[in-house]
Design a protein around this ligand. Sequence first.
Ligand code: UDP
Length: 244
Amino acid sequence: MSIDSSRRKKLSEGKTKKIYATDNPHKIIIHYKDSLTALDGLKNIFLQNKGILNNEITTFIFKFLNSYGIKTHFIRKINEREQLCHKVEIIPLEFVVRNIVSGSMSRRLGIREGTPIKNTIFEIFYKNDVLKDPWINHHHAVFLNIISYEELNKINRIVSRTNDILRKYFLDKNIILVDFKIEFGKDQTKKILLSDEISPDTCRLWDKKTMTKLDKDKFRSGCNEEVILNTYMEIFKRLNENSS
Ligand code: UDP
């Protein structure tokens, strides 16, 4: 299969990634851009080399999850900014897992950030720009004809297992997995695959010793570009370090 960049057809471009077709209709190339966005794209900066880091980090995490039998869209890393992936139709739902209270849960329920969650919380958001990605439950998702209860049960098991695997792995690197968002898609055989990315853009990661934030919250809170990039670099370094 050719992945000659001069002959590529761009299929779509989002805030942080571009998608290209390949000669195989069931495979795509995902290109990680150097952009960082927050607040539904209202806050947007160019951050040199961030695309390289997120490609590395997502590659690392997807390979790790694959090794535990979690089926993802990831096939292989092609170069520093790009991955070859199975083409999927993205299910327009964001699955959020929370181990510690932060972000929208803290705001919505008025609970102090950092409050531990004993039972682990799973949330669903409907990916819809016009409606601003509202928080919904399983019954809404089925009512909206997005997904069946059976598929939701399957996804919930994958979400829960992903949390167990990543939480333990990050802890081994002295990082607390506070919360994260994942997305799923269906390939041409309708098989459900974990898709999109898992990176400091989509997770809250806190240093276990200092409780420093090592994720996109650095950007949300107004840190400068160097600080943000160093933060992403720190996650990349820790993932590649041998366990302590
Ligand atoms: N998240 C994401 N994309 C989104 C919304 C949230 O990756 O469009 C991630 C976010 O980085 C955090 C988790 O999902 O790790 C929970 O986010 P939350 O609902 O607290 O919303 P936020 O505070 O980001 O507004």
